[in-house]
Design a protein around this ligand. Structure first.
Ligand code: HEM
Length: 506
């Protein structure tokens, strides 16, 4: 018996090795089988071969921050529907995207949107996936974005842009020190959001600094979020201990947490009994029954959705104008003529700005070339029963990107012509009405569309028109460092800084 027992002991390690190796082997075979099955489901959709087998094709392009360029290249090479991942496609056909995003399409937000979730149990409108819950939420928050219950966005935007102009005027105009245009505009847009949403600037321009390192931390975090957005399950982990300690929370001294602390303070102040109601977005949310937790999520969302985006579109439009002196002068002339004829007030009114064809052309041309969220996927999931897209059947659950293709569509030579990469606002004036409508609809995909469309689009256009017009009517800007005009990268949104300019009064 003793002999048998020792023989058993000796063979035990070998048995364990055999069991473990068999299990690993089984897992490898199962994974290969699963990959083959996934590859098989979309094998009829054209695209780079490697992309069909592994999401590393996309991840690598996120690491290099070139996904927008690559999507443009594959769209040119393979046509309007391209497979860019095992379960991911992009579509560059305008009509099809409109259909997918329409209210009755049956498409829904994919799990990808979970990357924007800040708290464990509370969703904002952006991270709510269930269509019924989204409808309920939108009923409560859309009136605020439509300006109902507010005095007018315009007063808030005017106050915010006035602070921006005041900062430029007192700190940089005709001074020897240059101004970081990208940072000034970003500070200005953060303060403008404060004015529009809570009737209070956030103090970025008053202090002329990145309060609580909000922008710095945001810029350092975005590339990680961008890369990890391909692995949404990791974001679920983030809400579990100890990873949740990494998430921003109201009360932090720095970063988004510091801003959340500020806005949570404002929310609590407003919710106190007997406090005089204001006429702004926050008050409208409260009036429509949002709970405190919902308010915190929606308000935090505005910082992601409404500041990097608008600031980058203003900065990029101004940069393109600086690089195109004929367009710069033409826009200044349109503004000057408007002032002389009494058609442009001070500050310029939204209704006046909308009547200025060259200003509007410059803004859309800037959005066309540098859509602010050029590298965000914004996947929508194909509904039950599947769908036929551009002649190819897509099984239910296939992820159709409705964001990563806007850069490709904005620069398509087939649609825009040989000078698609050139900032040429005149193309908008030369186009007939039908053509201009098609151009507008293409560029406006930068805001999403239909049931998924941006709720802040009207505010964004107002901020864009006013900021560009108010700066150009007063100042001549010139780039300080023409060989390296700015530092810029993309990680869902464009992030830019160190755009140094000299500011001279006109
Ligand atoms: C140029 C500026 C802007 C651009 C390009 C932009 C673009 C977008 C895009 C692409 C989406 C997602 C669409 C989708 O899911 O398919 C979105 C959603 C959203 N945006 Fe904007 N945005 C801008 C400015 C703003 C501003 C100023 C605000 C508010 C102050 C705002 C508030 C929102 C909200 C609340 C959502 C979520 C809508 C929903 O999930 O139903 N955005 N935006």
């Amino acid at each position: 018996m003793a002999f048998l027992a020792s023989a058993w002991d000796e063979s035990r390690p070998r048995v364990s090795i055999i069991v473990i190796s068999s299990l690993v082997g089984l897992l490898v075979v199962a994974s290969i089988f699963q990959r083959l099955q996934r590859w098989q489901q979309l094998r009829h959709v054209p695209g780079p071969r490697l992309a069909g087998f592994t999401s590393l094709w996309i991840t690598w392009r996120h690491i290099r921050a070139t996904i927008h360029e690559e999507c443009k290249d594959v769209a040119e090479k393979y046509g309007p529907l391209v497979r860019i991942g095992p379960n991911e496609v992009i579509c560059t056909d305008l009509e099809t995207i409109h259909r997918i995003c329409s209210f009755k399409s049956g498409y829904r937000k994919d799990n990808w949107y979970r990357i924007g979730r800040m708290s464990k149990d509370q969703d904002s409108v952006f991270t709510t996936l269930d269509p019924e819950l989204r409808r309920e939420k939108k009923k409560k928050i859309s009136p605020a974005y439509a300006g109902k219950g507010s005095d007018s966005f315009e007063h808030g935007v005017d106050r915010g842009i006035a602070i921006l102009i005041d900062s430029i005027e007192t700190r940089y105009a005709n001074q020897s020190i240059p101004m970081d245009l990208a940072r000034q505009v970003h500070f200005g847009i953060l303060d403008t959001l404060g004015e529009v949403a809570y009737s209070k600037p956030l103090g970025f321009l008053a202090n002329n600094k990145d309060m609580g390192n909000f922008l710095k931390i945001n810029e350092e975090t975005l590339p990680f979020v961008f890369i990890l957005s391909n692995y949404v399950s990791i974001f679920k982990l983030l809400h579990k201990w100890p990873f949740n300690l990494l998430l921003p929370r109201a009360g932090d001294q720095v970063g988004l947490g510091a801003v959340m602390g500020f806005t949570t303070g404002l929310i609590d102040q407003r919710l106190r009994p007997g406090v005089e109601p204001q006429r702004d977005i926050l008050q409208s949310f409260i009036a429509n029954g949002l709970t405190r937790e919902e308010l915190v999520e929606e308000v935090t969302l505005q910082f992601f959705a409404g500041t990097d985006t608008t600031a980058s579109s203003i900065t990029m439009t101004l940069l393109y104008l600086l690089a195109t002196p004929s367009a710069y002068r033409k826009l200044q002339k349109e503004i000057g003529d408007g002032i002389a004829k009494g058609l442009v007030s001070s500050p310029i009114q939204d209704v006046e700005a909308r009547q200025m064809p060259y200003l509007q052309a410059c803004i859309r041309e800037g959005l066309r070339l540098m859509p602010p969220l050029a590298t965000g996927a914004f996947y929508k999931a194909v509904p039950e029963g599947g769908d036929t897209v551009c002649g190819h059947y897509l099984p239910p659950g296939t992820r159709v990107a409705t964001g990563s293709m806007v850069y490709a569509m904005g620069r398509s030579k087939a649609f825009w012509g040989g000078d698609a990469d050139v900032f040429r606002p005149d193309r908008w004036l030369e186009a007939d009405e039908d053509r201009r409508l098609a151009m507008t609809m293409t560029v406006d995909l930068a805001f999403g569309h239909g049931q998924f469309g941006c709720l802040g689009k009207a505010i964004a256009f107002m901020e864009l028109s006013k900021a560009v017009a108010e700066i150009l009517r007063r100042y001549d800007l010139s780039i300080v460092n023409p060989t390296h005009p700015l530092k810029i990268f993309t990680a869902i949104a464009w992030v830019s800084h160190d755009l140094w300019v000299k500011v001279e009064r006109r």
